[in-house]
Design a protein around this ligand. Sequence first.
Ligand SMILES: *[C@@H]1O[C@H](CO)[C@@H](O)[C@H](O)[C@H]1NC(C)=O
Ligand SMILES: *[C@@H]1O[C@H](CO)[C@@H](O)[C@H](O)[C@H]1NC(C)=O
Ligand SMILES: *[C@@H]1O[C@H](CO)[C@@H](O)[C@H](O)[C@H]1NC(C)=O
Ligand SMILES: *[C@@H]1O[C@H](CO)[C@@H](O)[C@H](O)[C@H]1NC(C)=O
Length: 380
Amino acid sequence: MEREGRASWMKYGPVVSLFVVILSFWFRSPQNEVLDDRLDTVLSSLLRAEGKVGVNNVARPKVAVGFGGCVDLIVDGVSLLNKIGLAHTDQPLHHDLIENEVQLAQSFAYFFAPGAAAERFVLNDTFFSELVEASRDLPGNRWAIGGNAPRNSKALTQICWWWVGLQMMDNFPFQSGEHGQFCRRGYKEELFHYVILHADSLGMNEQELPNLLSLLKGSNITVLSDPNPRVATVLDQMREVYRIVNLRSKEDSNTSSAKAKPLTRLHVHTLAFQAMIVTHGSKWKNTMSATAKASLTANRHVCGSDDIDPSKARLIMDDSFSVSQREGSVRIPLQESRPVSCWDEDDYEICVAPVLVCTEVYQTAGGGDNVSAAGLVLQI
Ligand SMILES: *[C@@H]1O[C@H](CO)[C@@H](O)[C@H](O)[C@H]1NC(C)=O
Ligand SMILES: *[C@@H]1O[C@H](CO)[C@@H](O)[C@H](O)[C@H]1NC(C)=O
Ligand SMILES: *[C@@H]1O[C@H](CO)[C@@H](O)[C@H](O)[C@H]1NC(C)=O
Ligand SMILES: *[C@@H]1O[C@H](CO)[C@@H](O)[C@H](O)[C@H]1NC(C)=O
């Protein structure tokens, strides 16, 4: 899932993504030099951290990535709603599935206001085709490969790795009837048993994290979570996901023939920061540099440029953060010259890096997958 100001319609998997931008809320104060200096230092320090290690081109490890792939048709969400005459709805309302234009407009309004990332399945093929048709002739539309599997594979193949299998991509393009079968709600238990318990690493955004946690705890899915959560909240949720998944995978490997694997890496990206948990002694390397790279990639992707321009960036993470919501938890100051904070806990290391949030948005669609992939490539 991604946070975006444009909607991306998947051509072959009828999921409609509803997106949002809160970047416009930030304005640059009249040239505040202290802030600008601070930003420059954070940027150069992150670049240094990223450049400390190279990509492993020698070992050529085998990598399998899932879950889901599609072709995105990327258009400006508001323009599309205008075109189909739906721009003005005064009733934000959440729908699990989208069946018609009213539900689309209401869901869009629901997620747009708080600036939350969202993705919903379109149950109605006729309506979905109409959306695709309407999007085709919108100015500025473009096609892109979407979904986390192809995004990750693109990142990995760009650096010449050999690599095996794209889960869920084998029957691409999907035939009618089977398309979108993985998007329906009931798939989540299966996703847990057949994918999550066998994954070494998970990457997700701030909406998916509380959802996964709800799934693990057997409670209801959180429809809309805080789009700009604090570091302490996210870290507590990550610790819990890490603990529960590893507990369940231990139980599972005792009872099932297909051995579950321990989860040794967890990467969560939010608008304001990147956070990683990596198990001590696992095969993942360079956690600090990978966290820095993920953070820089967020800016590069959204600004649409490899060179980061500090005048188009803003730090929105607090000056210091608490490592947990528990009382008496340590506070860590954000040090400009060492912006990635890493420390040890239990059997894992945690790293947190601030994001230089892009303020001149070129694209947001695909950002989450792009950031996850960037974090991964330095760690293998
Ligand atoms: C499905 O979409 C068509 C075309 O927009 C619409 O006429 C129909 O009412 C929709 N069906 C439902 C159940 O909303
Ligand atoms: C990530 O985004 C950058 C900048 O837009 C782009 O150059 C790169 O190809 C993207 N990588 C993937 C894997 O999509
Ligand atoms: C979960 O959702 C069901 C069905 O919508 C509802 O009946 C139940 O009260 C919810 N439980 C919690 C803990 O929110
Ligand atoms: C798994 O099995 C081993 C040995 O049979 C046992 O010691 C251990 O407690 C079991 N673990 C779980 C989580 O059930």
